[in-house]
Design a protein around this ligand. Structure first.
Ligand code: ADP
Length: 618
């Protein structure tokens, strides 16, 4: 019993926490929603009360003036209630839409500030997907707390007013000596009230069974829904359109869509419980009508009061039933809220540093890897092992190695997208964890291999801000070798990239995108510039241009440069060769070539041989 009570308390506090979050987003919604609930709860009683007076008049004196006046009052009250209710419902609908969007925004806002490892490990993404699924499937989660609030307030008010209006049903007695005098007996009162309570519990219990079937099904069809979102919208993905057509993928998509999504169509069990929920309520309504009519027939009160008492009793019953339904709903929703709060409470471990990186005029930021080893979250294997590296300020370091040797991981650690599993990274002699995260990020300009541009104007893409310095944008684009073709980009730097938002946006080639990404890194003008395979998508001429200009582009920055094309690393001051997560060689191009047993020599010769063969073939 005690644990049940504690569980109820726990459910209530979780739902209140969810409601508080929603209140912060749309405070006015709660004013309108509460007003609507009051009107919904009290409106029927006003009607019942005046209708009872009208019937009483009809059964009694039948004064035409009074009858006319009462009819007018009913119509006027009805009109006002409907009007105000209509206005409130409309307001609530508008805010409801807003709340729905807010619920998604709460999720995406959190996603934006999560530590990178939590996003990359898919843990947070899985939780967010679960939240989204629950919201789409049955409005469970944050949004449901608003429904529960609505339902409980209305139910509470209905019960209070129902009792106020219907209590005299038990105090107005059948005259003594009447054959139905037995209806005055206290046992009847207790029986009716007990029955009312029993059915008020049974009916929502059946509703909860139907809901449970529905929610269990929801759990089962997570895969079905994922298949729906993926396969059904595949045809809208322009990047996959060509492969879909060339490899007949649409039939396969249809097959999987049918296979997984068909699970959601089975609703027969839920319908049975829904039927019982309604049927049990009707039994009680019948009993109430019988009891009230018998008392009226026996002379306990006038015919007009029949409407009042039946209305009051059924409304009270509905109130109790809705109240229990809200409690059950709160319990089910608490499970979904657990996922919501698990997601929202993911801590930001990487944001704990407080030291400022002090904006140095000389841009002398010295970074050192000291015996750094690293395992990705949820991975058993080390991706980096015992890496020691000191970046010489203003020099150019090339990082080379085979696929999977740890080059990109090394860069991710340098930029503090991940923290080392062992060892430490130092900035000017101090562990980087001690610096403010955002300030540390500010000292790096990176072009990742899988960089992303966004559907927004070209200048905003380059500047990474809403207030781009147009001159600087143009000069960075020029340095990155990007030619602004005014016949294609008719709005110049203000031309939108991609057509997702602006129908006049332009689609750009992989090479153009790479140049824009390089321009973005230049615009940031950070003391470190890191280029991960920066020319992979460029044609040979554009690539040669970038290399020629590389010294000018980089200027006094410390540069780290990852490339598979070893000839392009020759101009760097130092080359680090990665192999199986470790730095196995370091030196200049000439020094490394002298070690004929070394990896660099092997990689260099493999490429040189390929080029020589090509030359021989030509
Ligand atoms: P490179 O850039 O040299 O091709 P990476 O740094 O990308 O190599 O990868 C090094 C190793 O780390 C590889 O074995 C790769 O499979 C693994 N790895 C890379 N990213 C992840 C990740 N997000 N989770 C788990 N393992 C990863």
């Amino acid at each position: 019993m005690k644990t049940k009570f504690l569980k109820l308390f726990d459910d209530v506090s979780k739902n209140i926490r969810g409601l508080k979050i929603m209140t912060q987003y749309e405070p006015m919604f709660f004013f309108y929603s509460t007003s609507k609930c009051v009107l919904e709860a009290l409106g029927p009683y006003v009607n019942i009360f005046i209708a009872a007076m009208l019937i009483e008049e009809l059964a009694g004196e039948r004064n035409p003036g009074r009858l006319f006046a009462l009819t007018l009052v009913i119509l006027a009250v009805d009109a006002v209630i409907s009007l105000v209710k209509g206005m409130l419902v409309r307001r609530c609908d508008i805010y409801n839409d807003g709340l729905w969007a807010d619920q998604m925004r709460i999720m995406t806002d959190k996603m934006k500030i999560l530590d990178f490892p939590d996003v990359d490990s898919k843990y947070a993404i899985r939780l967010a997907a679960k939240m989204e699924h629950a919201a789409n499937w049955g409005n469970w989660g944050l949004m449901r707390t608003v429904d529960i609030y609505d339902k409980s307030i209305t139910a509470f008010l209905r019960i209070i007013t129902g009792i106020a209006l219907g209590a005299s049903l038990f105090t107005k007695l059948v005259p003594s000596g009447h054959e139905f005098e037995v209806l005055n007996h206290k046992a009847f009162i207790l029986l009716i009230l007990g029955f009312m309570l029993l059915i008020s519990i049974l009916s929502p219990a059946c509703g909860a069974k139907a809901d449970k079937y529905w929610t269990d099904l929801g759990e089962k069809i997570i895969l079905g829904n994922r298949a729906f979102s993926y396969y059904c919208f595949l045809s809208e993905d322009d990047k996959r359109a060509a492969d879909m057509r060339l490899y007949g993928q649409e039939k396969i998509a249809e097959y999987y869509y049918d296979k997984y999504f068909s699970l959601s169509r089975d609703t027969k069990f839920s319908a049975r419980w829904r039927f019982l929920e309604g049927a049990i309520s009707m039994v009680l309504t019948g009993i109430i009508y019988l009891f009230v009519c018998l008392k009226a027939w026996a002379g306990a009160f006038g015919i007009g009061a029949v409407t009042q008492y039946t209305g009051a009793a059924t409304n009270t019953f509905m109130g109790i039933k809705d109240f229990f339904a809200a409690v059950t709903m709160m319990h089910t929703n608490a499970g979904y809220l657990d996922t919501v709060f698990e997601f929202m409470d993911i801590p930001n471990k990487m944001y704990q540093g407080s030291l400022t990186t002090e904006k140095r005029v000389d841009r002398k930021y010295e970074v050192e890897f000291r015996d750094v080893s690293f395992k990705y979250p949820e991975s058993e294997q080390y991706s980096l092992r015992h890496v020691n590296m000191k970046f010489k300020v203003g020099e150019k370091l090339a990082v080379v190695g085979m696929n999977g040797s740890g080059k990109t991981t090394f860069i991710k650690l340098l930029c503090r997208l991940y923290d080392p599993t062992e060892g430490e990274i130092l900035l000017n002699g101090i562990n980087i964890k001690k610096y403010r995260y955002d300030e540390y990020m500010d000292i790096f300009s990176v072009v990742f291999q899988d960089f992303n541009l966004f559907s927004r104007p070209l200048d905003e893409n380059v500047a990474g801000s809403m207030n781009p310095d147009e001159e600087r944008v143009a000069s960075c684009l020029k340095d990155a070798g990007f030619e602004l073709d005014e016949t294609k980009m008719t709005k110049g730097l203000k031309t939108w990239l991609y057509k997702n938002i602006d129908k006049e946006g332009v689609e750009i080639s992989g090479g153009e995108a790479q140049k824009i990404a390089i321009a973005r890194a230049l615009y940031k003008d950070a003391p470190f510039i890191i280029l991960d395979e920066p020319t992979a998508a460029l044609d040979p001429i554009a690539e040669a241009e970038i290399y020629e200009k590389f010294n000018d582009i980089v200027g006094d920055k410390t540069a780290v440069y990852i490339s598979h094309r070893l000839s392009s690393c020759k101009f760097c001051d130092e080359i680090a060769v990665f192999h199986e997560g470790t730095v196995i060689q370091k030196g200049t191009h000439e020094e490394l070539l002298q070690d004929t047993a070394g990896k660099y020599y092997e990689l260099w010769n493999a490429q040189a041989k390929y080029y020589n063969e090509k030359r021989d073939c030509a």
